[in-house]
Design a protein around this ligand. Structure first.
Ligand SMILES: [Zn+2]
Length: 186
């Protein structure tokens, strides 16, 4: 969000070690449509808010060992998915809050993977932070998305009689939205 910081630390080509050494921070947000893989997972028709993220670098000084490079990542997204209970559209909030330790290379990451509690990534001078944000949001997606309360349960007196019939086979695409409107006004 701070344009000066963003210029210094391009999020798609981040020098991770320098970012950690400077204890730098980086934030950003972008509409869901700009995240290619998230868009593929999403259902059209709903208007999700922008995906927001924040990254913080940290260098942990170790005695008798090389300093550790850490990156703490938070992200918030709302993904338009299909409710698996009523098959209507639902905006599912997704939260990411994870820390990553960066190691020298893939071999080190593989060797440490079993014993390390934390998530390990490979150091890069051109690390694509935005790709990590997208990866983590996808990982944090619920396997079975559903409404907390499905809108179909709201009585719908204003809906035409055809509606009842249609729901028996397939939900009307706007049924969930109509339900929400009725719910709010009552
Ligand atoms: Zn539902």
């Amino acid at each position: 969000m701070d344009s000066q910081i963003t210029t210094q630390w391009p999020p798609a080509r981040l020098d991770v070690k320098a970012f950690a050494r400077d204890a730098a921070q980086l934030s950003g947000q972008a509409p869901l449509s700009e995240w290619e893989r998230l868009s593929e997972e999403s259902q059209p028709g709903l208007q999700p808010p922008a995906v927001r993220w924040h990254a913080q670098g940290e260098l942990r000084v170790q005695t008798g060992a090389p300093d550790q490079v850490w990156l703490h990542l938070q992200a918030q997204a709302h993904l338009p998915l299909i409710c698996q209970r009523c098959l209507g559209p639902v905006l599912v909030p997704v939260e990411v809050d994870r820390s990553f330790r960066f190691v020298a290379d893939e071999a080190t990451a593989m060797a440490l993977d079993d014993e390390a509690q934390e998530d390990l990534l490979v150091l890069s001078r051109e690390f694509n932070l935005l790709e990590l944000v997208e990866d983590e949001v996808i990982l944090a997606m619920p396997l079975v998305p559903f409404h907390e309360v499905c809108p179909e349960h709201v009585p719908m007196s204003a809906i035409d009689p055809q509606f009842e019939q249609e729901t028996d086979q397939r939900p009307h695409p706007f049924a969930a939205l109509a339900g929400l409107k009725v719910g709010k006004s009552s």
